[in-house]
Ligand binder design. Sequence first.
Ligand SMILES: [Fe+2]
Ligand SMILES: [Fe+2]
Length: 269
Amino acid sequence: MIMSNLTMTGARSVAPETYELGSFLPVPDLGLLAVNSFLINAREPMLVDTGLGALEGDYLETLGGLIDPADLKWIWLSHMDPDHLGNLRAVLDFAPNAKVVTNFLGMGKMGLAGLPVDRVHLLEPGARLDLGDRQIVPLRPPYYDAPETIGFFDTKSRALFSADAFGALLQSPAENAAEIGEAELRDGMTIWTAIDAPWLGLTDAAAFGRTLSVVERLDPSIVLSGHLPHAPGMTLKLTRLLDGVSRAGRVDAPGHDEIERLVEEARLH
Ligand SMILES: [Fe+2]
Ligand SMILES: [Fe+2]
């Protein structure tokens, strides 16, 4: 991936007490990928992911413009991919009172990557996180690319933080997902899911549809994805597009005859 023209789009208020810290990563021949992290300025403020490491200076300046770093209490890591962990070390230094929120597998991966785990708050299965004026309810996004992934629902703003899910490769920067034409959004989601979750084409369409129904029943006020500009009041549009994308992208698993042929070939070698 080319890092030229990599810039932050600054901080944008996207829901009450909630800010998107956005950037666009150019992906050669494919377009632009939004890489977002978020600040929830709750009674106990929480950062959600830490942006791209290549933008460290801009990132810390933008974050410092929103909050006194000493007040930051939590750093939620949706998963341990570099586009979400990028400035973790720098933020831990910048915000000395903040604890990292992750689960058991996430903490294990941090340790393997040589990241400090002495400030980890381990999220037990089923446990919520209390930010003083709201609850953070962990949820599995409809799809993800790493098994430690945890999204969540904010009970005060009713925002759904979906990690990699609902991402889309874009042809030009957009401030709000509502500005993106439907064809561009569909194409962009198709490319992104093919890159991020190619297994989606192998899932049972009805089962995946039920997963999307859960998101619809939750009826979030806004979907905040790591890889899509903020999407207020668009949940049904996003779930329906994603349902279509997963069905169109269905990749047939090798059939029985193909498996038998491969087994036979292996036996003869
Ligand atoms: Fe990821
Ligand atoms: Fe990601």
